[in-house]
Design a protein around this ligand. Structure first.
Ligand code: SAM
Ligand code: DTB
Ligand code: SF4
Length: 328
């Protein structure tokens, strides 16, 4: 480790992207004393980003509930009585009105989520029109619509889609206990289609689902072993929703969550790491530690897809307190 003339810290490895992380290496990162782990994460962060900048995304559920899949964490699965009703795909005008409001509030990216296993081609026409409209407002566009075929990914790219979110969610071993209606391989195939279409990949996972640390290791290794690291890596803390099979899951220790962020930052140093779902119930101190661990993106606005997120005032106050500013 050395101190450069500009005062920034350089280590021989933290600025490079590796795709051959082993489980032993990633486990060893998780096992580091917390100060050492945080130091290494900060080195990787500073070599690739301004640590005072945070990318701001806003989420909109364009099609809520009634999903045929059985993802055990999800309030939108039709299989669980969560009180989330099945809605229709929103109209274009209504989506654009939300996008304008998000832009006015300071978001740089607008992410449209649909509770589908996969989009029907007819629905994709509507989503492509939404992507075109949102892009025309000067926002970056992101969508998360479930599994995609290669031609569907190409159509989204042609409409101007910049990011597609599709998570690996957890380790390959733990996965089968959480979702049975699609496989890990299915997810990797969709990610290939997105990448081949030339769309940026947003891919991460959820922690706090009862998985072991070894599963968190496996999740990070899977993400960092993708042929190209995802440009965006959302790390979600499980939002425990009544009616879902994971409603009564024990809360994950916040320090373990911070460690997961730090390890993601080190393993994928050039990716934007999002402190994603779960902030509503997170203290300011935990969130501050996540930023120090290398998180540099958040969802901004009072709602995620169906669950609450901190209000804009609360987030502005936190960013001001920490001296963080929006990434352009
Ligand atoms: N239906 C599409 C799919 O599954 O790909 C898109 C929307 S889905 C809600 C997007 C992601 O949100 C999931 O992959 C999961 O990682 C995350 N998610 C869903 N419910 C969550 C919860 N209760 N807590 C944390 N993350 C959650
Ligand atoms: C992601 O990784 N997290 C977001 C986004 N991608 C689509 C979704 C979080 C959803 C939390 C539960 C809900 O609000 O329904
Ligand atoms: Fe459906 Fe996506 Fe929820 Fe799974 S995570 S139940 S696919 S909306």
């Amino acid at each position: 480790m050395s101190l450069a003339a500009d005062g920034s810290l350089h280590s021989p490895t933290s600025g490079q992207s590796r795709h051959d992380w082993t489980r032993d290496e990633v486990r060893a990162l998780f096992d580091l004393p917390f100060p050492e782990l945080m130091f290494r994460a900060q080195c990787a962060h500073r070599q690739n980003f301004d640590p005072a900048e945070v990318q701001i995304s806003t989420l909109l559920s364009i099609k809520t509930g009634g999903c045929p899949e059985d993802c055990a964490y999800c309030p939108q699965s039709a299989r669980y009585a969560t009180g989330v009703g099945a809605g229709k795909l929103m109209a274009l005008d209504a989506v654009l009105a939300e996008a304008r409001a998000a832009k006015a509030a300071g978001a740089s990216r607008f992410c449209m989520g649909a509770a589908w296993r996969e989009p029907k081609d007819r629905d994709l026409d509507s989503v492509c029109a939404m992507v075109e409209g949102v892009k025309a407002l000067g926002l970056e566009t992101c969508a998360t619509l479930g599994m995609l075929t290669a031609p569907q990914a190409r159509r989204l790219k042609a409409s101007g889609l910049e990011y597609y979110n599709h998570n690996l969610d957890t380790s390959p071993e733990f996965y089968g206990g959480i979702i049975t209606t699609r496989t890990y391989r299915d997810r990797l195939t969709t990610l290939d289609h997105v990448r081949e279409a030339g769309i940026h990949v947003c891919c991460g996972g959820i922690v706090g689902m009862g998985e072991t640390r070894e599963d968190r290791v496996g999740m990070i290794v899977s993400l960092a072993s993708l042929p190209v690291h995802p440009e965006s890596v959302p790390i979600n803390m499980l939002v425990r929703v009544a009616g879902t099979p994971l409603a009564e899951e024990a809360a994950l220790d916040p320090i373990e969550f911070v460690r997961t962020i730090a390890v993601a930052r080190i393993a994928m140093p050039r990716s934007v790491v999002r402190l994603s779902a779960g902030r509503e119930d997170m203290s300011e101190e935990t969130q501050a530690l996540c930023f120090l661990a290398g998180a540099n993106s958040i969802f901004y606005g009072p709602k995620l897809l169906t669950t609450p997120n901190p209000g804009r005032d609360r987030d502005r106050e936190l960013m001001d307190k920490l001296g963080l500013s929006p990434m352009e």
